[in-house]
Ligand binder design. Sequence first.
Ligand code: HMG
Length: 398
Amino acid sequence: MTTVGIDDISIYSPGFFYPLEDLAHRHGVDPAKYLYGIGQEQMAVPSPDEDIVTMAANAVAPVLTADVRERISTVIFATESGVDQSKSAGMFVHGVLGLNPNCRVVEFKQACYSATAGLQFACDLVRHRPSEKVLVIASDIARYERNSEGECTQGAGAVAMVIAKNPSLVEIHPQSGLFSLDVMDFWRPNHRDAAYVDGKLSIDVYLRSLRESYADFCRKDGMPLAAIEKLCFHQPFTKMSKKAFAALREAAGAEADHLDETSYAESQAYGRQIGNTYAASLYIALASLLDNCAEDLGGRNIGLFSYGSGSVGEFFAATVRQGYRRRLRTRAHRALLAGRREIDYATYVAWFYNSAKSAEDRVCPEETAGRYRLAAIDAQRRVYAAARNLELNAAACP
Ligand code: HMG
């Protein structure tokens, strides 16, 4: 069978962050709760001229080689912060980046899980027609009520993945364990900007979903855990990976004896600085693992668990390809995070809450540090444009 998987991966997160230590002081909470109890240091904050489309365009731009542009047959955009009930966010990205007109574009939704559905569908498309490439994009802004328990887990970011045969980065194995359960642990009705969440229930359902997905993976003769050396979990906050690992180890028994906290530590580095990115979160964790693991992972196996509230879980396995490091964008990813600017509480509130509320026509002042921006909403049409610093950033993010 043709080997299929992720040929390229690029992440983007806004150029501004708000420190959780400051949020803890504002909430009258011991900062250790957010820094260690939740495991988050910073939350990425989008400027008012950024949304899921601009974040996605910023993530996609670096992977658009001439070959990718020519061979993309399908663009799958996974998100739960959609900007339009009809037009897919991918169509806006298609326009902003001038993608190949002879391709299909579609938006997927099932909370944080949808990018994994996108990845699996993309792999099957490529298995069926190996000359084609599929672009899978995940982009989200995680927003809860102000002063709520979920606020400390907010974040924003995007990931773009090119799915192809003989991939340079990781092969995705076809067997996967699945578990779906209709439950109200986290949801966002159409009229709301912020999610409703039953936090404790969401953690319980996440862990149940992991156990059930892993059991299904074993029933379907998925790769034995004994052959897996690294793990990546859907990561709404980094402490969740620790809880997930404990649940998996208990479920797997002796098969997991060789695994410990170092098996997923590198996957937490980016998320700790960005916060929850919903659909993008698992794949930002994967990029974090590949970028930050000091050992050469070539030939080694990774177990991945994807979870989306509501709820769907999927456990699957990937094998890192030899020579993968040549294709990584580690320097650009690190530069992106290191170059961000800290903002104060007033700016965070104005940007994260007040600017999100308005669906009215407006011209957006240019604030973004990215390459693409929402320039205006004009007669209820979203108008996207290249940012002033497009060329500057193009040089920094080859
Ligand atoms: P909370 O009730 O404020 O926190 O909300 P807590 O009291 O449970 O404390 C959290 C941890 O901090 C605990 O550790 C405390 O012991 C510790 P744990 O027992 O969990 O190991 N702690 C301290 N540690 C050090 N020093 C201290 C201190 N004080 C306390 N002084 C909650 C936490 C996660 C529930 C909240 O942030 C929330 O509702 N978050 C949003 C929901 C969420 O992220 N759920 C995760 C699973 S569902 C999921 O991942 C799907 C999702 O991504 C959405 C989607 O699918 O679309 C969310």
